[in-house]
Design a binder for this molecule. Structure first.
Ligand code: F6R
Length: 608
């Protein structure tokens, strides 16, 4: 889990492009950063612990003007954050950056040490540099890389340079993401397109098992076994502006406020109002097969897992299909019972989450139909599933997922209508859900009108060490997501719990210093939720209630109330989560934390 960038061109701007790329990829990890640039006569390597700004200070003006270079921002897996463990790693004249994990590095390291190699870091990555260097005693640069790869097991995206060949850059991909940006007389490679879009919108996605050999003028792609591959260029419709903060203090806040737009984007062109039907182009090819599906298993992680939980309620109630939600990390190691009649649906913002990808591969092996709800276009999960639906939410830069979540929920509603209408859902019900869904973006905007109040409440509760987030039915998953959000951003210990389970144990924790956020929309379980609030109040617990506009009675029992507009019960999660995102954001800001890049986290978890 790291961000890597490589540059080769003719414009002497390797240093500046690499540094800019690292800043844009910083969300992938920020334990250390490093860069290596070279020209015909010399090679320079810079490394710094911490964020890219530390590296920038170190480089200052001492960086040579160069036409080739590689850079890396690290999320530590093997070896603690340190200068020695920072990339690029070097052996002899070989320099490389790596994202992923080399599974057999210990064995390789031992073999290479026996041959006289000296290692400087504790990383798995350095071993690959030594291995290529070892082969370079016998073979040229390119063949050394190919030979080395036959011995390496694991997940890796690599960008490799050789001091004697400053006109060549070799790029490798196996189970870790890598994109090539094609511009006029230069190429930029990166872990994702956010480091590329400001230079060019023309991109080529490398697939697993592919090597690109690049010079300033051209490049070619071959497989690990040496077979040449013709790659198709794609044009990205993400512009540079989309990846910037646009005046917001943080990407997270910007992305929270983008939700009316991202929900609209998820629905655009996908509703046939007169038929009460959803049109999901990505599912056309499997439409017939979907009619015969008897069961759905959703696999995902973190926030995407919470979206899946909401999906379970929707799909069972409205499409009538038995649905289960599994942590992808568990699914991959169980003996999942799936077959041809099961659709396994992966939900992933990045499309690169290693656990979710492995779960999908396992499901495929077992003959299930695999589907995806993915934001990152052409990401690995998007490419490996049989069919799927893109979010079109644009890049999500803040580590904490917000707009991707409501976008995922929107698509789950569309999917529910699509599958429900294939089965027993009436035209009237289809129309009703879809027309109410189209009103959600405006209703999210209405919640933003209460931002000041939410900010005040967040400040008030940010002083507590622990909190409960409680919800029932459709809003139980939102309680889990709300708790996850406040944990990530403000480091407050929070538990997302079903309200009804409280009395079976956790209620023992309640006292005046253990507040609860209770999700209390005016739905079919409203009265029961009110009882939960009463139980908490009877034990001196403080309550922040999130209620539907008009539920004035709740003000008499809760300490603080935040209101959301009225909508269908199944759609309340789309509104309920908005105040919870803002609560987490403002609690984190109040405590002075880096909300866009919380400690210990990374945006895209491409390792186990
Ligand atoms: C939480 C968060 C993570 C991700 C999880 C899955 O705010 O961002 O919990 O939701 O790592 O990531 P994707 O959706 O990219 O598979």
């Amino acid at each position: 889990m790291c961000g890597i960038v490589g540059y080769i061109g003719k414009n002497n701007r390797a240093g500046e492009v690499l540094l800019d790329g690292l800043k844009r990829l910083e969300y992938r990890g920020y334990d250390s950063a490093g860069m290596c640039v070279m020209d015909e006569d010399r090679q320079q390597t810079f490394k710094a612990i911490g964020k890219v700004s530390m590296l920038e200070k170190k480089i200052a003006k001492s960086c040579v003007e160069s036409n080739i270079g590689i850079a890396h921002t690290r999320w530590a897996t093997h070896g603690k954050p340190s200068i020695k463990n920072a990339h690029p790693h070097t052996s002899g004249k070989i320099h490389l950056v790596h994202n992923g994990i080399i599974e057999n590095y210990q064995q390789l390291k031992q073999d290479l040490a026996n041959k006289g190699h000296k290692f400087y870091s504790q990383t798995d990555s350095e071993v690959v540099a030594h291995l290529i260097d070892e082969y370079n005693k016998k073979y040229d640069f390119e063949d050394s890389v190919t030979h080395a790869l036959t011995e390496v097991r694991g997940a890796y995206a690599l960008v490799i340079l050789h001091e004697d060949e400053p006109q060549k850059m070799i790029v490798v991909r196996n189970s870790s993401p890598l994109v090539i940006g094609v511009a006029d007389s230069e190429f930029i490679v990166a872990s994702d397109a956010s480091a590329i879009i400001q230079h060019t919108s023309r991109v080529v996605y490398l697939d697993d098992g592919e090597i690109a050999v690049m010079t300033p003028d051209t490049y070619y792609v071959k497989t690990f076994s040496g077979k040449n591959k013709r790659k198709k260029e794609q044009i990205l419709d993400w512009n540079d502006e989309q990846a910037k903060k646009e005046g917001y203090a943080h990407f997270m806040l910007k992305e929270i406020f983008e939700q009316p737009e991202s929900v609209s984007d998820a629905l655009r062109g996908r509703i046939i109002a007169k038929d009460g039907m959803a049109k999901l182009g990505g599912l056309t090819e499997v439409e017939k097969q979907l009619r015969t599906i008897e069961r759905i298993v959703i696999v995902s992680c973190g926030t995407s897992y919470c979206a899946g939980l909401v999906g379970e309620y929707m799909l069972e109630e409205y499409a009538g299909i038995p649905t289960e939600v599994e942590y992808a990390s568990e699914f991959r190691y169980r003996k999942p019972l799936v077959d041809k009649k099961t659709a396994v649906l992966a939900i992933s913002q990045s499309g690169e989450t290693a656990d979710t990808l492995a779960a999908i591969r396992e499901a495929k092996n077992k003959g299930a139909l695999t589907l995806g709800i993915v934001n990152a276009v052409s990401s690995t999960i998007a490419r490996e599933t049989d069919a799927g639906v893109y979010n079109h939410a644009g890049p999500e830069i803040a580590v904490a997922s917000t707009k991707a979540f409501t976008s995922q929920l929107s698509i789950l509603v569309l999917l529910t209508v699509f599958l429900g209408r294939q089965r027993n859902m009436s035209l009237t019900m289809g129309k009703r859900i879809l027309s109410e869904l189209q009103r959600i973006p405006k209703k999210i905007d209405q919640i933003f009108e209460g931002e000041k109040d939410i900010k005040r409440i967040a400040k008030k509760y940010s002083k507590y060490d622990s909190m409960f987030y409680l919800g029932r039915k459709y809003n139980f998953p939102i309680a889990v997501e709300g708790a996850l959000k406040i944990k990530e951003i403000s480091y407050i210990h929070a538990e997302g719990y079903p309200s009804g389970e409280m009395k079976h144990g956790p209620i023992a924790l309640i006292d005046k210093d253990f507040p609860s956020v209770v999700l209390a929309p005016k739905d079919s379980v409203y009265e029961k939720t009110i009882s939960t609030i009463e139980e908490i109040k009877a034990r001196s617990g403080k309550v922040v209630a999130i209620a539907t506009v008009g539920s004035k009675d709740i003000e008499n029992i809760a300490n603080d109330v935040i209101y959301i507009p009225k909508t269908l019960e199944m759609l309340t999660p789309l509104l309920m989560v908005i105040p919870l995102q803002l609560l987490a954001y403002y609690a984190g800001v109040t405590k002075g934390y880096d909300v866009d890049q919380p400690r210990n986290l990374a945006k895209s978890v491409t390792v186990e």
